[in-house]
Ligand binder design. Structure first.
Ligand code: HEM
Length: 139
């Protein structure tokens, strides 16, 4: 008979690590930004919104999006998401575009070997601010 491993149980008091921590924290965000950035800017369904936007701000947006989707610390507290995207809503930003961004989020995380369950979690977090990004009326 083989002995059971002694440490199969997770202590009940351990707080659930955030998705950000589970994915690998800041390093994971950096790795994801590179892949995500390329996908978004190569996609004609959404890259029009980034035309004329300087590279630093594009990268800031990608990093903010992913950090947010990972449930990590929000480094952009000064600027609310509704205000940051209002001029894009005027240009036609809608659910279709938001879905494209989620599609690239999923593909990027999949390439990095992230489990489907965590990818779904990241999408849920992003969806929680969909209404703000798209300038929908607050419920
Ligand atoms: C969870 C969803 C999202 C988050 C957390 C997010 C986050 C942000 C933040 C923090 C900024 C401001 C960056 C800065 O001021 O330097 C920004 C800007 C921007 N976002 Fe998003 N974003 C989201 C969704 C989207 C979507 C769906 C699109 C378009 C398909 C988009 C396109 C842009 C663009 C083009 C800018 C730059 C605007 C400009 O400087 O003129 N974002 N985003």
């Amino acid at each position: 008979g083989s002995a059971q491993p002694a440490e199969t149980k997770v202590a009940a008091e351990e707080p659930e690590p955030t998705l950000y921590e589970q994915l690998g924290g800041e390093a994971a965000v950096k790795a994801a930004v590179d892949g995500f950035y390329v996908k978004v800017l190569a996609d004609d369904r959404v890259n029009g919104f980034f035309k004329g936007v300087d590279m630093d701000r594009q990268r800031a947006m990608q990093t903010a999006f992913l950090t947010f989707a990972f449930g990590g610390p929000n480094h952009y507290e000064g600027k609310d998401l509704r205000a940051a995207h209002a001029h894009l809503v005027v240009k036609g930003l809608n659910d279709t575009h938001f879905d494209v961004i989620l599609e690239h989020l999923g593909a990027t995380l999949k390439e990095l070997g992230v489990k489907d369950e965590l990818i779904q979690h990241a999408a849920d977090v992003a969806n929680s601010v969909r209404g703000d990004i798209l300038g929908k009326e607050k419920k």
